[in-house]
Design a protein around this ligand. Sequence first.
Ligand SMILES: NC(=O)CCC(=O)C(=O)O
Length: 303
Amino acid sequence: MASAPPAFKPFTLALVQLGQIGADKAANLKHAREMILKAARGTDAKKPDLIVLPECFNSPYGHVHFPNYAEVVGFTPGKPYNAANSESDSVKMLSAAAKETGIWLLGGTIPERESSTGNVYNTASVYSPKGDLVAIHRKVHLFDIDIPGKIKFKESETLTGGTSLSYFDTEFARIGLGICYDVRFPELSMTSARQGCQVIIYPGAFNMTTGPLHWELLQRARAVDEQVFFSMCSPARDLSAGYHAWGHSMVVDPMGKVIAEAQHDEDILFVDIDPQVLLDARAGIPVTKQRRFDVYPDVSKGL
Ligand SMILES: NC(=O)CCC(=O)C(=O)O
């Protein structure tokens, strides 16, 4: 049973649609850090409370790369963890950047190796404004698809799927986590919403085949199903890379309206999140009180 979520308050989200993700991990980390610092400076009108990076920001995206770029993180929820001394260079950079800026950071995803099993996961990590690692999410649904003549991708060649759901509490919202292909499984965001998440954010990297059809559709569906703010943060498109990301990082409000959208180049979106939109959506269309668990099961129960 989840605890009561924090009161939902207005806040500003910064989505970093990161470019220049190449083979050199140190260069990827350096550029990501520069972009986090740039996002933290905000605009004249907006300073972010939470900065988000995309899926697989420290390595090229592809199953052959994951084992080579994987880092041991060794985080167990609820146990003390010193991010500044982590074995993972990516965790150290992200923790230091969160601490330096004093801003919440959802540090995209990295390939993560579990030392006891050798399993490699696609893992998101979250840092408090003090630089503490407070939550991780290991991609639950691996991206295994085969659309003949268009795209074949098999994360399960080298990755293992995560086995748990995660959210984190800030002083302004409870935020649910998932990663990219996880968006196709409504049970995940449904469970996050039933656990009190008012905002759900997935680092992601859709592609040039499914992106135009499904990237926006799925986010609007998840937002309207659960009457939450739903957002995905993508890498920028790089046609010289092995995988061509769709880009179009976006934020959708609880009525299903796209309130911010990047194009496909590197960019930072600053987006004000207004809790009143969620309250109005739930008051006007009260599906959260009209569910018929006498007719169908509440799939979010039993976790
Ligand atoms: N990185 C991913 O999980 C990609 C998912 C995707 O492109 C899709 O169509 O789903």
